[in-house]
Design a protein around this ligand. Structure first.
Ligand code: UD1
Length: 425
């Protein structure tokens, strides 16, 4: 097992290149299942979730290889073994994104009930019901979903999600791209990663468009072809580094992220007084907190995009520990996404759980080094952020979860001046 050893207190300075978005690339790899021609993805992040999905797709029988460093070439000619093993699904909930494309292209797949982050129950019932609306038959036995399409393939249908679901929206788009007839999705997700997936699918010959507020229409086609696509920048990684710059009172330029995707985050920066300059023309965000005034508190409530993302709720809490006054956090998307507060309290944060979904933070409080750890991607990054400003040395465990979604986080932080080492423990 590996750990990070971090000595806090160094302001971060310099430039950092933001990687391609985890939450886009995984769905794009799944989109490649829809064609027997090569799909080439660029700006693919070096994260372990990509490795897990690559191996999983190779087990099914697809050719997936990395070329030129940040490119992935996928060729899905046949699926001799249309089965997702429990081990892979336990590591990554996003493996369930193979349901739609496997059904659409090969007519069957067996998938386990997925695992992923340890944040609440995270059911997949919306995915299952939606596929049934497109004509699929899905039986659940002994922890596995056995899914099959009718002999003449999936058919278009109307799917209205009870609540907004990112991967549910994407799974239906992928399935419907090759279905007979037109599919309408209501209460669809608006995340920029969904739009980037739609752009890739358009390049493959699919007919997918947004035709109303939270409505997506897909006109199925008989066949899709190969395409080349550059994955958009990871707004969640960018937000993490922007917070790192702010809390360490640093001066950091983030390159490779579209500031238009950071709207709700930049609003929080405005409210708390984090100075920044966003430049959409060259995809940069410059956070300059060196001589900034004291930060102010904020009340934040997570919402589907374009609201405050649940994925940067935890990192934001570290900023709020340094704000002058009382802040509150309300997590509306997932249950159990406040477990990290216990670890932050060990480091000296004044953070109180009001109930399962609400926390109150009183600041500013100086943080101090501690041994902390948590089995969750964003909560793990949160502990690294806290360690960057904690007096003394912190040891952060559970970093294999951080590696799932952050490309070489410690190398990027070291390049900005941080004192952080990865050790074998
Ligand atoms: C995606 C992101 C994740 C992010 C989340 C919310 C990926 C790989 N992951 O996860 O980083 O935190 O969006 O922005 O893109 N739900 C059900 N039944 C379902 C599906 C969802 O009840 O079948 C519920 C969930 O428990 C949750 C809510 O719907 O309360 C939204 O979840 P969803 O948007 O589906 O999250 P993911 O797509 O899994």
């Amino acid at each position: 097992m590996q750990k990070f050893v971090v000595t806090g207190g160094v302001p971060l300075n310099g430039e950092v290149r933001i990687a391609g978005a985890k939450n886009a690339v995984l769905k794009m790899m799944a989109a490649a299942v829809l064609t027997d021609e090569p799909v080439i993805l660029r700006n693919v992040p070096r994260i372990s979730d990509v490795v897990i999905l690559r191996e999983l797709m190779a087990d099914i029988g697809f050719a997936v290889r990395r070329v030129n460093g940040d490119e992935l070439e996928i060729r899905a000619e046949e699926a001799p073994w249309p089965f997702v093993p429990l081990e892979a699904a336990m590591k990554m909930r996003a493996s369930f994104i193979l349901l739609g494309p496997m059904l659409a292209r090969f007519g069957r797949v067996i998938l386990p009930n997925p695992g992923g982050d340890r944040i609440g129950r995270r059911p997949v019932d919306y995915h299952v019901t939606a596929m049934e609306q497109l004509g699929a038959t899905i039986a659940y036995r002994n922890g596995y979903y056995f899914a099959s399409a009718p002999p003449d393939g999936l058919r278009g249908g109307h799917v209205e999600f009870p609540r907004v679901t990112v991967m549910g929206t994407e799974n239906v788009i992928l399935a419907a791209a090759l279905a007979r007839g037109t599919t309408v999705i209501d209460n669809a997700a608006l995340e920029p990663e969904v739009d980037d997936l739609i752009t890739l699918l358009g390049g493959m010959g699919a007919r997918v468009s947004r035709t109303g507020h939270r409505r997506v229409e897909i006109e199925g086609v008989a066949r899709l072809g190969g395409a080349e696509h550059r994955v958009l920048g990871d707004r969640l990684e960018a937000e993490t580094f922007a917070i790192a710059a702010a809390i360490t009172r640093g001066d950091v330029t983030l390159r490779g992220v579209d500031p238009a995707h950071l709207g709700s985050f930049l609003e929080v920066c405005d409210r708390t007084g984090v100075p920044y300059e966003a430049d959409a023309s060259d995809a940069t965000l410059h956070v300059r907190c060196r001589d900034a005034e004291p930060l102010g508190p904020a009340d934040v409530e997570t919402q589907p995009y374009p609201g405050i993302a649940t994925d940067y709720q935890a990192p934001l809490s570290v900023l709020l520990t340094q704000a002058d006054g009382v802040s509150t956090i309300h997590e509306t998307i997932f249950e159990d996404r406040l477990d990290y507060t216990r670890e932050l309290a060990k480091m000296g944060a004044s953070i109180e759980l009001l109930d399962e979904r609400r926390a109150r933070i009183t600041g500013p409080t100086p943080l101090h080094g501690a041994e902390v750890g948590i089995a969750d991607l964003r909560a793990g990054a949160t502990l690294v952020l806290a360690a960057l400003i904690a007096a003394g040395t912190s040891v952060v465990s559970g970093i294999e979860h951080v590696d799932r979604g952050y490309e070489q986080i410690e190398a990027k932080l070291v390049a900005l001046g941080a004192q952080i080492n990865r050790i074998e423990a």
